[in-house]
Design a protein around this ligand. Structure first.
Ligand code: FES
Length: 234
């Protein structure tokens, strides 16, 4: 364990923990939009910035990627920190001015509207969808495309993603709900592609994409009949 000071309080945290994690454990709230305990640290949104002082040197760091250290002094709400967060949320609001999560963070920071001209994209480029697909599901069906202001999440060559198993993880993990997924008449549509759903042989309910079940069967070497019934009927 290491001992550090956060907002004037002495706290302990395990070596290797991030400042964000240490803050959460100490019930100190830091806003964030791209950190996820199931994923590698990434540091994309920059909302989680804090000010650290170490050996008389003060600087701003992203708390979700910066690790705790013995004797570190951390200020999670200094004027400098709040100014950076305000700037970040204004930039995010220019991309997505309506999502409740962003509006709530803006309200907490006292930001009423963005100074920046709206360039509505919806996606805030937190990368959680891409990382979940790669790190948790293990298929890398989507990725970034373009550079700078044109950077966006897309399928390879804008076509139906050949590796997508329609699990919907990207849809569920998106903090601003911009990855549409619909289900109708035994078909799930995601990334502009239709994926048939498996019908339970007992109750007749459609319960999961056929491609996702095939993927699991292959991954875990399961018999073909493994997913012929839904979880309720199994
Ligand atoms: S949560 Fe730290 S940069 Fe997004």
């Amino acid at each position: 364990m290491v001992t550090l000071t956060m907002d004037g309080r002495k706290i302990e945290a395990p070596e290797g923990a991030t400042l964000l994690k240490a803050a959460n454990s100490a019930n100190i709230e830091i806003p964030q939009l791209c950190s996820n305990e199931e994923l590698e640290h990434y540091g994309a949104c920059r909302l989680c910035v804090v000010e650290i002082t170490h050996k008389n040197r003060t600087r701003i760091v992203a708390s979700c990627i910066y690790e705790v250290a013995e004797g570190l002094e951390v200020n999670t709400r200094s004027e400098r920190v709040l100014n950076v967060r305000k700037l970040v949320i204004e930039l995010l609001l220019a991309r997505n001015p309506r999502h409740p999560s962003l509006l709530k963070i803006a309200e907490d920071l006292g930001v009423k509207k963005s100074r920046f001209e709206a360039e509505i994209k919806g996606c805030i480029l937190c990368g959680q969808c891409i990382r979940t697909c790669r790190e948790v599901v293990g298929v890398s069906a989507i990725g970034y495309e373009g550079r700078g202001i044109n950077k966006r999440v897309a399928t390879p060559f804008e076509e139906s993603p050949p590796d997508c198993i329609a699990c919907g993880s990207c849809h569920f993990v998106c903090p601003v709900d911009v990855i549409p997924m619909k289900e109708k008449d035994g078909v799930r549509n995601i990334w502009k592609t239709d994926f048939p759903l498996q019908k339970c042989e007992s109750c007749g309910r459609y319960f999961a994409p056929v491609k996702q079940l095939e993927y699991f069967r292959e991954q875990y070497n399961l018999p073909p009949e493994q997913f012929s019934k839904c979880t309720h009927c199994r």
